[in-house]
Design a protein around this ligand. Structure first.
Ligand SMILES: *Cc1c(COP(=O)(O)O)cnc(C)c1O
Length: 450
């Protein structure tokens, strides 16, 4: 029988996370204080993050050991399986060999618990009692709610209004784990009230919800804030994905020519890509890397590489990244996890330096790809993943044109079981394609702080 599934035993759960920063062929630009424009030291993050997380955020060590308690919880679902998508290959009649790493087997159905668990762990170790956070589609909120429950912490989640309304099941899941969930913007914080005064019907955005969650944490004694993407320590934690994938590709007797992932804040992409990118940087491999985003929130493909706030209210340090402007409110597309104005500083710099390519696709073409994938392979993908799948299918068709048997690996970073209303609308022909005009992008960029 031709193997389609490549699995590893518990002993292959990685012992350490891989920090790409010291291996980069360029220096990252530091976060800046918005008032003085001077680089901020790690202490600027002390009101919102525990010491261990701040150390990881600025770490120059290539390997960070994974605490044993975190590895034990990882063992509930890790190592995750790697599949060869033989039926999709047949459907596309392509000589390309397509592999995917499936993170949907985690308790919450995505890659997010890979960082939620260590973040909750380090906070508990330092005496924190409650974590606050934002969530878009609810993937991050449910993952942090799960991790907080494992570590005995309370959890408060500010959920982007449009997703709160569209995706009640994720809210119920968070509440099942015991979290407090609010539709953002709320009237519980200054940041939320300010938005509601101007836009009472605001659909919310990740940027707004971040402002609310940060304000809540900073204003409480025993609470800290937790971010599910973008920052260096989050991408660090996600590298368990790529490290396992390297071993599993070896089991399959292959090495990827191309690695593809969808990019919202860049964490699942960095998680699968960085361990392979290390092989390019240190060991002479020449794999291509492609990050895929929505045409309605085209941060990497049409944003500007500059300093901007991480949140809408302008309370975070300035970060050098691709951004559409912190006041940009993305359209209410169904890939909630990809609706963020900025992107990881590491991923942004890699795109800027030409080490990672970026592509953008429209909503309907990504769902078309996702439905084809579901019919071929059986797994209904999260709408975010459909962006990666669309790019993979294009690459496979290019391979057919060129008559090349290239090896494509992508990160199937979550299932779509909580996103079926989006599929319902797609199947009914009701999804709209929104592409930003240059004019709208220019307008959004006007509010940049620098
Ligand atoms: C959150 C999420 C994303 C976007 O976040 P990244 O940090 O870019 O990975 C993508 N896919 C799924 C399934 C998510 O839950």
């Amino acid at each position: 029988m031709e193997p389609t599934k490549f699995v590893l035993g518990d002993e292959h759960i990685p012992q350490s996370w891989y920090n790409i920063v010291p291996d980069l062929p360029f220096a990252l630009e530091p976060p800046l204080d918005p008032a003085t424009r001077e680089p901020v030291g790690p202490e600027a993050f002390a009101p919102i993050f525990p010491r261990a997380i701040i150390e990881q955020e600025v770490s120059a060590e290539p390997r960070v050991p994974i605490p044993e308690e975190v590895r034990k919880i990882y063992g509930l679902w890790r190592p995750t399986p790697l599949f060869r998508a033989r039926r999709l290959e047949r459907l596309l009649d392509t000589p390309a060999r397509i592999y995917y790493k499936y993170e949907g087997v985690s308790p919450t159905g995505s890659h997010k618990p890979n960082t939620a668990v260590p973040q909750a762990y380090y906070n508990r170790e330092e005496g924190v009692r409650r974590l606050t956070t934002e969530t878009g589609a609810g993937q991050w909120g449910s993952s942090l709610a799960f991790a907080c429950r494992q570590m005995g912490l309370e959890c408060t989640v500010y959920m982007v209004r449009v997703s709160y309304d569209q995706k009640p099941y994720r809210r119920i899941m968070m509440q099942t784990y015991g979290a407090d969930v609010h539709a953002s913007p709320t009237d519980l914080t200054q940041a939320g009230r300010r938005i509601l005064e101007e836009h009472p019907d605001s659909p919310g955005s990740l940027g707004i919800a971040i402002s609310e969650a940060v304000e809540d944490a900073v204003g409480s004694e025993d609470a800290k804030y937790s971010l599910g993407s973008v920052l260096n320590h989050v991408l660090l934690h996600q590298t368990v994905i790529g490290q396992e994938a390297i071993e599993q590709m070896e089991l399959a007797g292959e090495y990827p020519d191309v690695v593809v992932g969808c990019a919202g804040g860049g964490s699942n992409f960095g998680g699968i890509a960085f361990p392979f990118l290390r092989e390019n940087l240190l060991n002479g491999r020449d794999t291509r890397f492609i990050a895929v985003e929505p045409a309605s929130c085209p941060t990497l493909t049409k944003g500007r590489f500059t300093y901007d706030f991480g949140d809408t209210a302008g309370t975070t340090p300035l970060m050098k990244m691709y951004t559409l402007g912190h006041s940009f409110v993305p359209a209410g597309i169904h890939a909630g996890g990809l609706r963020y104005h900025g992107d990881s500083p590491i991923l942004s710099a890699l795109v800027h330096e030409g080490l990672v390519e970026a592509r953008a696709y429209l909503q309907n073409e990504t769902f078309e790809a996702g439905v084809a994938f579901a019919r071929a392979e059986g797994i209904v993908p999260a709408p975010e993943v459909n962006h990666a799948i669309k790019a993979v299918m294009d690459l496979a068709l290019e391979a057919r044109e060129a008559g090349e048997g290239r090896v494509i690996l992508f990160n199937m970073c979550g299932h779509g079981h909580f996103d079926l209303s989006a599929y319902e609308r797609y199947l009914a022909g009701e999804l709209v394609d929104l592409q930003l005009s240059q004019e709208e992008i220019d307008r959004a960029l006007e509010g940049l702080p620098i």
